[in-house]
Design a protein around this ligand. Structure first.
Ligand SMILES: Nc1nc2c(c(=O)[nH]1)N[C@H]1C(S)=C(S)[C@@H](COP(=O)(O)OP(=O)(O)OC[C@H]3O[C@@H](n4cnc5c(=O)[nH]c(N)nc54)[C@H](O)[C@@H]3O)O[C@H]1N2
Ligand SMILES: Nc1nc2c(c(=O)[nH]1)N[C@H]1C(S)=C(S)[C@@H](COP(=O)(O)OP(=O)(O)OC[C@H]3O[C@@H](n4cnc5c(=O)[nH]c(N)nc54)[C@H](O)[C@@H]3O)O[C@H]1N2
Ligand code: SF4
Ligand SMILES: [Mo]
Length: 580
C-alpha cells in the first residue's frame, strides 16, 4: 500500500491510497474520509497519449526532444510563450519555468479561474487564506455563495451537514434544495446582495463595533458607500423577495457564520469588487479571526511557502493574450483551444504561430492543432508535492510506478537545460522537500500548512496596518447590456474541466419552451455554436447553463479580463437562442 495525493484541480486535494493497481480514498484522512470522486476513480482507465508526434507522425521521444531543442534554438525571433494550464496541481509543474526564464520566454500572469476574486480579497485583507475544516465545523451558519459544493468540493459536505445553511446561487443546486434559505438571485448581482445585506445589517444594528474599531479601517466610508444605493433598486436588481433577504439575514444574527465562496460570483468584469463586498459585509459583522467565522474562497495555497521556481520573466495577461505574437507556443498541462475564452480568437492566433507544442496527458482540442505533441507522465510516475486551495492540507506525491510512456516536467526541463549548456537542476526530491518543509508540519501523518496554526486573521490582517480595509467604491460597468440569456458556465460532475467524461448539453428551464433533445443554435457577440437541450427546472428562466468542457462553449465567451486580477470573465456575455 502506498499513499499519494490527488493531482487534479479541485478544492479537496484528497489523500489517495494506491494498492493492487487501484486508487482508493484514504479512510484516515480527516477530509477525504475514504472516498474519491468519479474523475479520480476513472483516472487509470483514461486513454492517454502514448507516442510523441510531429505534424501527425509518431516519432520517438529522443527525436521529439531533439526537434524541440532545435526549434527553440532557431526560433526566428527567439520569441517563445510558455502557456500553462492546471491539469496537474503538483508544484513540480513549475520546474519548467527555470528553463524558459533562461531563454527569455514570455510567461502568463493572471488566471482563467479565480484571479478576480483573489484580487478583491487581497485589496481588503492583504493575503488570501482559506478556512481550516476545524473552523468550519465550529460555525453555526454556513453561507455557500456561488460554490457548487456537492459537485466541486464534495468532501466538504460532511463538514457542513448539520449547519444552518444559506445557499446563494441562480441555480437550485443539490445543496440549495437542502438549504434553510436558497437565495436564487439573478446572475451577476452578488455585489448588490452584499450591499443590500450590509444596509439591512446596519439598520438592524448587527455591526460588531468593537471589531470594527480595533481591526478595520474606513468603515464610515463603507457606510456612506452602501447608503448610496437605494433599497428598492437593490431588491429589483437581485430579483428575490424581501422576505428571503430578511429571513437569511436574521439567521446570521448573533451566530458564528462561515461564508464558503466559489468562482461563480466572480466570472465578471467586477469580480474583484464582488469578493471585496462579501468580505466587507462579513467584516462589519465581525466575522473574521474568531472561532467558527470567516470567508473562505480559493486561497493562495503557496502563501509563505518556498518557491524555487519563481521567475523574473516578462508576462502577458492570460485571458487576453494573443498567440499570434509568438513564433513558438509551448502549452503545458492545459487545453487553451477549449478552455480559454473566445475560441475563435485563440485558434486563429495559434494557427499564425510557427510552432505549437502540446505537452499533456490526453488528446484534446489543443493536441489536435499542435505541431509537436509530447506525452507527459502521470502523477503516479513522477515525484511531486501539492498544496491545497480549499483547506489547510498539503500532501506528498511520491513516484509509485515506472512507465515507458511519456516524460516528466522535471526530465524535460533537465534535457533542455543540458542541451542549451545551462546549469543542471537539483534533484526532484530536494525541490519537493524544500517546498513542503518551508511552511508545512506533519500532524498525525498528514501535512498541514503552517498558515493555519492560528485561526486565519486572528492576529490581524496582512495589510500594512494589519487592519481590514473596507471598500468605498466599485467599477461596475457592464460590458454587455444586450437582451438575451445569462450564461452560467460551471463545473461538470464527472469531469475536471475538459478532462474525463465531458458534459456537452445546454440546460434550460421548461418555462422557455424547449424540450429534451431539441437542437439549439446559440449566438453571442463572439460566435455561434449548436447544442442539444436538456430541460432543467432548477434554472431561472433568464439563464442557460453550459458546463466547463462542453465542446465549443468558449466560442461564445469574451476575451476580456476582470478589472483587477487579470482573470477571465466567462459570464460577461448574453446569449440568443434559436431552435433547429
Ligand atoms: N467535478 C468537478 N470538480 C471541480 C472542477 C470540475 O471541473 N469538475 N473544477 C475545479 C476547478 S478548476 C475549480 S476553479 C473549482 C470551482 O468550483 P466552484 O467554485 O463550485 O465553481 P463553479 O462550478 O464554476 O460555480 C459554482 C456555482 O456558482 C453558481 N453561479 C454562477 N453564476 C453565479 C452568480 O452570478 N452568482 C452566484 N451567487 N452564483 C453563481 C453556479 O450556478 C454554480 O452552482 O472546482 C474544482 N472542482
Ligand atoms: N466556459 C468555461 N471555461 C472555463 C471554465 C468555466 O467554468 N467555463 N473554467 C476555467 C477554469 S476555473 C479553469 S481552472 C480552466 C482549466 O483549463 P485547463 O487548465 O486547460 O484544464 P483541463 O481542461 O483540465 O486540461 C488540462 C490538461 O492538462 C493535461 N495534464 C494533466 N495532467 C498532466 C501532467 O501531469 N502533466 C502535463 N504536462 N499535462 C497534464 C491533460 O492532458 C489535460 O488535457 O478552464 C477555464 N475555462
Ligand atoms: S474530489 Fe477532487 S481531490 Fe478528491 S479525488 Fe476528486 S478531483 Fe481529486
Ligand atoms: Mo479553476
Amino acid at each position: 500500500m502506498h499513499k499519494t495525493t490527488c493531482p487534479l484541480d479541485c478544492y479537496d486535494a484528497c489523500s489517495v491510497i494506491f494498492e493492487d493497481g487501484k486508487l482508493k480514498g484514504d479512510p484516515n484522512h480527516p477530509l477525504t474520509q475514504g472516498f474519491l470522486c468519479p474523475s479520480l476513480n476513472n483516472f487509470l482507465k483514461q486513454k492517454r497519449i502514448s507516442n510523441p508526434r510531429y505534424n501527425g507522425e509518431n516519432i520517438s521521444m529522443d527525436k521529439a526532444l531533439e526537434l524541440l531543442s532545435r526549434k527553440l534554438k532557431n526560433s526566428p525571433k527567439r520569441n517563445t510563450l510558455l502557456f500553462k494550464g492546471s491539469g496537474n496541481m503538483g508544484k513540480m509543474q513549475d520546474v519548467s519555468n527555470l528553463f524558459f526564464e533562461k531563454i527569455g520566454a514570455i510567461f502568463t500572469r493572471g488566471s482563467l479561474c479565480d484571479g478576480a476574486g483573489d484580487a478583491g480579497i487581497v485589496e481588503g485583507r492583504g493575503a488570501n487564506l482559506a478556512l481550516p475544516i476545524s473552523q468550519i465545523a465550529k460555525s453555526d451558519v454556513v453561507v455557500v455563495w456561488g460554490r457548487n459544493i456537492s459537485t466541486t468540493n464534495a468532501h466538504m459536505m460532511r463538514a457542513i451537514k448539520d449547519k444552518t445553511l444559506i445557499v446563494i446561487d441562480p441555480i437550485k443546486t443539490k445543496l440549495a434544495k437542502k438549504a434553510d434559505v436558497h437565495v436564487q438571485l439573478k446572475p451577476r448581482t452578488d455585489f448588490f446582495l452584499a450591499i443590500l445585506w450590509a444596509r439591512f445589517a446596519h439598520l438592524e444594528e448587527m455591526e460588531d463595533l468593537d471589531f470594527i474599531d480595533s481591526h478595520t479601517e474606513y468603515y464610515e466610508d463603507f457606510v456612506d458607500f452602501f447608503r448610496g444605493y437605494g433599497i428598492k433598486y437593490l431588491i429589483d436588481e437581485v430579483d428575490v423577495t424581501v422576505k428571503t433577504i430578511m429571513s437569511s439575514l436574521t439567521l446570521m444574527k448573533d451566530a458564528k457564520v462561515t461564508f464558503l465562496v466559489g468562482v461563480g460570483v466572480q466570472k465578471y468584469l467586477h469580480g474583484n469588487g464582488v469578493l471585496r463586498s462579501i468580505d466587507s459585509l462579513a467584516a462589519m459583522m465581525g466575522q473574521f479571526g474568531k472561532e467558527g467565522c470567516g470567508v473562505s474562497y480559493l486561497s493562495d495555497s503557496g502563501y509563505r511557502f518556498a518557491n524555487p521556481f519563481a521567475h523574473k520573466g516578462k508576462t502577458v495577461s492570460k485571458p487576453t493574450l494573443n498567440f499570434s505574437d509568438y513564433d513558438t507556443v509551448f502549452i503545458q498541462g492545459g487545453n487553451p483551444c477549449e478552455q480559454m475564452p473566445d475560441s475563435n480568437r485563440v485558434k486563429v492566433g495559434l494557427e499564425k504561430s510557427d510552432f505549437v507544442v502540446y505537452f499533456g496527458l490526453y488528446e484534446n482540442e489543443s493536441s489536435k492543432i499542435a505541431n509537436l505533441v509530447l506525452p507527459a507522465k502521470t502523477f503516479l510516475e513522477k515525484e511531486d508535492v501539492r498544496l491545497s486551495y480549499g483547506s489547510e492540507f498539503a500532501g506528498k506525491m511520491p513516484k509509485l510506478m515506472d512507465s515507458d510512456v511519456g516524460i516528466s516536467e522535471y526530465a524535460l526541463t533537465e534535457f533542455l537545460l543540458d542541451s542549451f549548456g545551462y546549469e543542471a537542476l537539483k534533484s526532484e526530491k530536494e525541490y519537493c522537500e524544500e517546498i513542503l518543509t518551508s511552511n508545512a508540519k506533519e500532524i498525525d501523518g498528514y501535512f498541514h500548512s503552517c498558515n493555519y496554526e492560528e485561526i486565519p486573521y486572528s492576529n490581524g490582517f496582512f495589510t500594512e496596518d494589519e487592519k481590514f480595509i473596507f471598500m468605498d467604491d466599485i467599477d461596475d460597468e457592464k460590458c454587455d447590456e444586450e437582451e438575451g440569456y445569462f450564461l452560467i458556465t460551471c463545473k461538470p460532475r464527472n469531469s475536471i474541466n475538459s478532462q474525463f467524461e465531458r458534459d456537452h448539453y445546454l440546460y434550460i428551464s421548461s418555462a422557455n419552451g424547449f424540450e429534451d433533445g431539441d437542437r439549439v443554435k446559440v449566438t453571442s457577440k463572439y460566435g455561434t455554436v449548436q447544442f442539444i437541450v436538456k430541460v432543467s427546472d432548477d434554472l431561472r428562466s433568464d439563464c442557460v447553463k453550459i458546463c466547463s468542457g462542453a465542446q465549443g462553449l468558449n466560442y461564445l465567451t469574451p476575451s476580456l479580463k476582470s478589472n483587477e486580477g487579470d482573470s477571465a470573465v466567462f459570464q460577461e456575455v448574453k446569449l440568443k437562442l434559436e431552435k433547429g
